[in-house]
Design a protein around this ligand. Structure first.
Ligand code: NAG
Ligand code: NAG
Ligand code: NAG
Ligand code: NAG
Ligand code: NAG
Ligand code: NAG
Ligand code: NAG
Ligand code: NAG
Ligand code: NAG
Ligand code: NAG
Length: 605
C-alpha cells in the first residue's frame, strides 16, 4: 500500500546482479564470496563471529547476514566509503557502539534486523548521511531515545517492528522530517506516541499493529497532514476512537482491523473526504447504519470481513458514487439490498461468501448484475429458502432467476377488530402478527402517527404486540400496526378509549384528585414508571390529616354557632361557612401545594 522508496530499486538491482554474477564469484576477503566486477561481497551463513578482514575498499554491497556477530567495534567499516548496502541481519548483536558506522557516508540501506539489540545509543548512527532505509525490526529494543536518528537526514523508511518497545521519547524522531514510512508493528506500546509522531511532518505511511492500545484519544495524530495511509490493526483492546481522534489527517487509506470496535467509527471518519480504502474487518460490528458514511465521497473500497455483521441498512452507502468494492465475507448477513448503495452500476467486486444468504427478491439485483460483478473469494451460496439451499449464485440460469428469487408480501394475520375501552391506569395489549417472505418487520404508529419504539410507557414488544401501560385519557385514539417487507406492506388499525375519573375530579394539568382534595402531581404523572410523585402511605396520611382538620374546623364552627345562637335571641336560619383546612398537602412532600377553598351553606334548625 505504501509508496516504494528509492532504496527498493537499488535493492532489486543488486539482487539481480548477484544472481547473474554468482557463477563468476571468487574468494577475496577471508571466507567470503566476491563478485569483483559488481563490487559485491557476500559473507552470509559462514559462522563468522567477527567482521572479516580484507573487504575491498570499493565494495558496494557487503552481506553479513546469518552469522554469529556479537559486537561491532567503533569505526568498524570506516574504510568502505563506497558501500551502498550493508546487511547485518540475522546475527547475535547485543549492542552497537557510538560511531560504529562512521565513514559510511554513501550507505543507502542498513539492515540490523533479527538481532538481540536492547538499546541503541544516541550517536550509533552518526555519519550515515545517505541512509534511506533502516531496518531494526525483530530486536529487543525497549525505548527509542531522544535524537536517536538525528544524524540520518535522508532516512525515508524506518522499519522498527517486532521489538519490545514500551516507550518512545518525545524527541526520538527529531530530524526525520523526510521520513515517509514508519512501521511499529508488534510493539508493547499502550498509547499512541502523539508527541513523538508530531515531528514526522513528511510521513506518508504509518503502521501501528499489534500494540496494546485501548483507545485513540482526540488529536492522536496531529501535524501529520501528509499521512495518506494509516494502519492500526491487531489491537484486541482497542474498543473506542474519540470523535476527533483522526483530526488533522487527510488519509486515502485507513485500516482498523482485528480490534474490538463495536461500531463503525462514523464521527472520527467523517472528515476524511479523500478516503478511498477502508478496512474494518474483524471488529465486532453488527450493523451499518443508514446515511452515516455519506461524507466519505471518494470511498471506493470497504472491507468488513468477519465482523458478525447482521444488517446493512438501506442507504448505508448513499452518496458514495465511486463505491466499487465491498467485501462482507464471513458474516451473518441474510441479505444485501440494492437500496444500500448509491448506485449498483458502479459496483465491480463483491465479497459475499460465508453468509447465510436468503435467495429472494432482495438479491435479485445482484443476480441480474452477475455479468458485471466479480464475486471475490469463494462462490457465494444460498442458505434459504429450502428449495435452493446450497446452490451457488453462479449456478442459476437466467431463466429460473425470476421464478426463484421472489418474495411474498407482508400480510397481517390478526385482522379481527381490536377496540378496547378501559379505565385510566390499566395496561392494555394489542396484538399484531404477520407473515410474509422475508419475515416482515412490524411497527406501530401512535394516534399522532409517529413510530413507537421498544421502550417507554407505550411500546412495541419484540413479538409485534403493542403494550400501553398505565393508560391515560390522552392515550385514546387509533393506533396503526404496519407490517412490511421487501415485497410490500400491510396495516391494520386498532382503537383505544381510556375513561378518566369523573370530570369534576380532574383538571387539565393532569393533577390527581381524591374526594375533593387535590395534590399536585406535576408532569411526572404522565409517564408510567412513577405515576405519582408520592407513595400510597403518604397519600393515606395526608388524606386522613386533611379530613381530620376538616372535621375539626366544622366542629369548631358548630360549637361557635351554638354559643352564638344561645347568646343572641335572634335566630338565623341559614349560615354560609368558609373554611380553610390545615395544610394537608404539605405532608405530601415537596410538590406544589394548592388548597381548595371549601365553602358550604347549611340550614340551621
Ligand atoms: C544476503 O544474503 C542472503 C543469503 O544469501 C540473501 O537472502 C540476502 O538477500 C542478501 N542480502 C542482500 C542485501 O543482498
Ligand atoms: C533485512 O533482513 C531481514 C532478515 O534477513 C529481511 O527479512 C529483510 O527483508 C531485510 N531488509 C532489507 C531491506 O533487505
Ligand atoms: C511485550 O509483549 C510480549 C507479548 O505480549 C511479551 O512477551 C513481552 O514480555 C513484552 N515485553 C515487555 C518489555 O513488556
Ligand atoms: C473529543 O473531542 C470532542 C469534540 O471536541 C469532545 O466532544 C469529546 O468529549 C472529546 N473526547 C475526549 C475523550 O476528550
Ligand atoms: C471487547 O469488548 C467487549 C465488550 O465490548 C468485552 O467484553 C471484551 O472483553 C473485549 N475484548 C477484549 C480483548 O478486551
Ligand atoms: C488531501 O489529499 C488529497 C489527495 O490525497 C489532496 O488532493 C488534497 O489536496 C489534500 N488536502 C489537504 C487539505 O491537504
Ligand atoms: C407477546 O409478548 C408479550 C409479553 O412478552 C405477551 O404478553 C404476549 O402474549 C405476546 N403476544 C403474542 C401474540 O404472543
Ligand atoms: C407501504 O407501502 C406504500 C405503497 O405500497 C408506501 O407508500 C408506504 O411508504 C409503505 N409504508 C411503509 C411503512 O413501508
Ligand atoms: C388544576 O390544578 C392545578 C394545580 O394542580 C391548578 O394550578 C390549576 O389551576 C387547576 N386547573 C383547573 C382548571 O382547575
Ligand atoms: C417522563 O416524562 C418526562 C417529560 O415528560 C421525561 O423527561 C422523562 O424521561 C420521562 N420518564 C420516563 C421514565 O419515561
Amino acid at each position: 500500500m505504501c509508496v516504494a522508496a528509492d532504496w527498493r530499486r537499488l535493492y532489486w538491482w543488486v539482487v539481480l546482479q548477484w544472481v547473474v554474477g554468482v557463477a563468476l564469484s571468487a574468494p577475496c576477503a577471508q571466507r567470503c564470496d566476491c563478485l569483483p566486477k559488481l563490487l559485491i561481497v557476500s559473507c552470509s551463513s559462514r559462522q563468522l563471529s567477527s567482521v572479516p578482514a580484507g573487504v575491498p575498499d570499493n565494495t558496494l554491497s557487503l552481506n553479513l547476514t546469518n552469522n554469529l556477530l556479537k559486537t561491532l567495534s567503533r569505526r568498524q567499516f570506516s574504510g568502505l566509503t563506497q558501500l551502498r548496502e550493508l546487511d547485518l541481519s540475522d546475527n547475535a548483536l547485543t549492542a552497537i557502539e557510538v560511531e560504529v558506522f562512521a565513514g559510511l557516508r554513501n550507505l543507502v540501506v542498513l539492515n540490523l534486523s533479527h538481532n538481540h539489540l536492547k538499546i541503541i545509543p544516541v550517536g550509533a548512527f552518526s555519519g550515515l548521511r545517505s541512509v534511506q532505509f533502516l531496518d531494526v525490526s525483530r530486536n529487543e529494543i525497549l525505548v527509542l531515545l531522544d535524537d536517536m536518528f538525528g544524524e540520518m537526514p535522508s532516512l525515508q523508511k524506518l522499519e522498527a517492528s517486532e521489538n519490545d518497545l514500551v516507550f518512545i521519547s518525545n524527541r526520538a524522531f527529531d530530524g526525520l522530517s523526510d521520513l515517509q514510512e514508519l512501521n511499529l508493528d508488534r510493539c508493547n506500546l499502550t498509547s499512541v506516541p502523539t508527541e513523538a509522531f508530531s515531528r514526522l511532518s513528511g510521513i506518508v505511511c504509518l503502521r501501528l499493529c499489534r500494540l496494546g492500545l485501548t483507545t485513540l484519544p482526540n488529536n492522536s495524530f496531529r501535524q501529520l497532514g501528509r499521512l495518506r495511509d494509516l494502519e492500526v490493526s491487531h489491537c484486541p483492546w482497542l474498543d473506542s476512537l474519540a470523535a476527533n481522534s483522526l483530526f488533522g489527517l487527510n488519509l486515502t487509506s485507513l485500516t482498523l482491523s482485528h480490534c474490538n470496535l463495536s461500531a463503525v467509527p462514523y464521527s472520527p471518519l467523517h472528515h476524511l473526504v479523500y478516503l478511498r480504502y477502508l478496512d474494518l474487518s474483524y471488529n465486532p460490528i453488527t450493523i451499518i447504519l443508514s446515511n452515516l458514511l455519506g461524507d466519505l465521497l471518494r470511498l471506493q473500497e470497504l472491507h468488513l470481513v468477519g465482523t458478525g455483521l447482521l444488517r446493512i441498512e438501506p442507504g448505508a452507502f448513499r452518496n458514495l458514487a465511486l463505491f466499487r468494492f465491498l467485501d462482507v465475507s464471513e458474516n451473518r448477513l441474510p441479505t444485501l439490498e440494492e437500496s444500500a448503495f448509491h448506485s449498483v452500476t458502479a459496483l465491480e467486486v463483491l465479497g459475499l461468501d460465508r453468509n447465510p444468504w436468503a435467495c429472494d427478491c432482495r438479491l435479485l439485483w445482484a443476480m441480474r448484475r452477475r455479468p458485471w460483478l466479480r464475486f471475490k473469494g469463494r462462490a457465494p451460496t444460498c442458505a434459504t429458502p429450502v428449495q435452493v439451499q446450497g446452490r451457488m449464485f453462479a449456478d442459476f440460469t437466467e431463466a429460473e432467476i425470476p421464478r426463484l428469487f421472489t418474495c411474498r408480501q407482508a400480510r397481517i394475520l390478526t385482522r379481527k377488530p381490536q377496540d378496547v375501552r378501559t379505565d385510566e391506569g390499566h395496561t392494555v395489549l394489542f396484538f399484531c402478527a404477520a407473515d410474509g417472505d422475508p419475515a416482515p418487520v412490524i411497527i406501530w404508529l401512535n394516534p399522532k402517527r409517529s413510530v413507537l419504539t421498544g421502550s417507554g410507557r407505550i411500546r412495541t414488544l419484540a413479538n409485534g404486540t403493542l403494550e400501553v401501560r398505565y393508560a391515560q385519557v390522552q392515550d385514546s385514539g387509533y393506533y396503526l400496526c404496519i407490517a412490511s417487507n421487501a415485497a410490500g406492506n400491510d396495516s391494520v388499525s386498532v382503537s383505544l378509549r381510556v375513561r378518566g375519573f369523573p370530570a369534576s375530579a380532574r383538571n387539565r394539568s393532569g393533577a390527581f384528585f381524591l374526594e375533593g382534595w387535590s395534590f399536585a402531581s406535576g408532569q411526572a404523572a404522565v409517564n408510567g414508571s412513577q405515576p405519582f410523585p408520592f407513595d400510597v402511605k403518604t397519600l393515606v396520611i395526608a388524606v386522613t390529616m386533611g379530613f381530620l382538620s376538616f372535621l375539626s374546623s366544622v366542629a369548631v364552627c358548630f360549637i361557635f354557632m351554638f354559643f352564638w345562637s344561645q347568646s343572641k335571641g335572634q335566630i338565623k336560619h341559614t349560615a354560609t361557612i368558609d373554611f380553610v383546612p390545615r395544610s394537608a398537602a404539605t405532608a405530601s412532600g415537596g410538590g406544589r401545594t394548592t388548597m381548595e377553598t371549601g365553602r358550604f351553606t347549611m340550614k340551621l334548625i
